[in-house]
Design a protein around this ligand. Structure first.
Ligand code: MEV
Length: 298
């Protein structure tokens, strides 16, 4: 039996703009999906929703990974710390961990680039549209600049994720991406510069990250959040958590992912205080860490 784990991720900057070829900075976080794969006499997939064979309704990503690698006789078990469909890359993590566990169990010899590429193909198949961000970050870990795929060291300050518990399921992500596209089409002269500005945070963000200037990084996160709000992907609940975290002294706080619900995160040097503020504002607070580790054999 082989067990692999793959991390979730947050966007420091650039979601939505990345859809239009602008730059984004995403970072892996130490919330992991563990997948074990064992040669067996048939396909068996077990998760907290039950045990199935190949099943594209209940276990779409795992079933697709099994088909992708052409195996017919594997038992797969999944456990995960990543809230599902909340903008933290849960589907990428389960896909990457499944591909890696089967790859090792069957000694197929695929490298990390292959795993990231196959993972992205699977997300595209299932979701219709997906950037390479989630699958690449989950495979490689650390901070990744998209689309250049430059890898950087993660911040060494604290991070608290705030979950509104209103999911951003992949279908909803597609809807939000379309909603932004419609706004852009209607008001190109107003929305195009906003998208460009969101793309421009990455270059400055990389410098601030290398200087460990978390105060300035946080201030720019706040500006990025405001622009995501301007694109119409904010919600009352997300803003409540973002402002609670800032009022509690976080360096900065913003939506991560598609918005419309799902999660925000705060960069902070006092995670407990930030987490209490997020809880008091009605969110689920998850104190975690940035990580340089992508997919791992356990
Ligand atoms: C969704 O997590 C982030 C978006 O930029 C879409 C994508 O990059 O695939 C909205």
């Amino acid at each position: 039996m082989t067990t692999c784990s793959a991390p979730g991720k947050i966007y420091l900057f650039g979601e939505h703009a990345v859809v239009y070829g602008e730059s984004a900075l995403a970072c892996a976080v130490e919330l992991r999906t563990h997948v074990s794969a064992k040669k067996s006499d048939s396909v068996k997939i077990t998760s907290k929703i039950g045990t199935t064979g190949l099943n594209f309704r209940k276990h779409a990503y795992v079933s697709s990974a099994i088909i992708k690698l052409g195996v017919k006789d594997v038992a797969v078990k999944i456990t995960s710390d990543i809230p599902i469909g909340s903008g933290l890359g849960s589907s990428a993590a389960v896909t990457v961990a499944t591909l890696s566990a089967i790859n090792d169990e069957y000694s197929f010899g695929f490298g990390k680039e292959d795993i990231a590429r196959m993972g992205h193909e699977i997300e595209l198949d299932i979701q219709g549209a997906a950037s390479q961000t989630d699958t690449f970050v989950s495979t490689m870990g650390g901070v990744v600049e998209i689309p250049s795929r430059t890898l950087m060291q993660p911040p060494d300050c604290g991070i608290v994720i705030g979950n509104t518990r209103k999911g951003t399921k992949s279908k909803k992500t597609a809807k939000l991406v379309k909603q932004v596209a419609a706004l852009k089409e209607e008001y190109p002269e107003i929305i195009d510069p906003i998208i460009k500005t969101i793309g421009s945070f990455t270059q400055k963000g990389r410098i601030l990250l290398s200087e460990k200037d978390y105060n300035s990084l946080g201030r720019l996160m706040n500006v990025n959040h405001g622009l995501l709000d301007a694109l119409g992907v904010g919600t009352t609940e997300l803003s409540a958590l973002v402002y609670a975290a800032r009022d509690a002294g976080a360096f900065g706080a913003k939506i991560t992912g598609a918005g419309g619900g799902g999660c925000m995160f705060a960069l902070t040097d006092s995670p407990k205080k930030t987490a209490s503020a997020i809880k008091a504002a009605g969110g689920e607070a998850i104190i975690t860490e940035f990580t340089k580790e992508g997919v791992l054999k356990e």
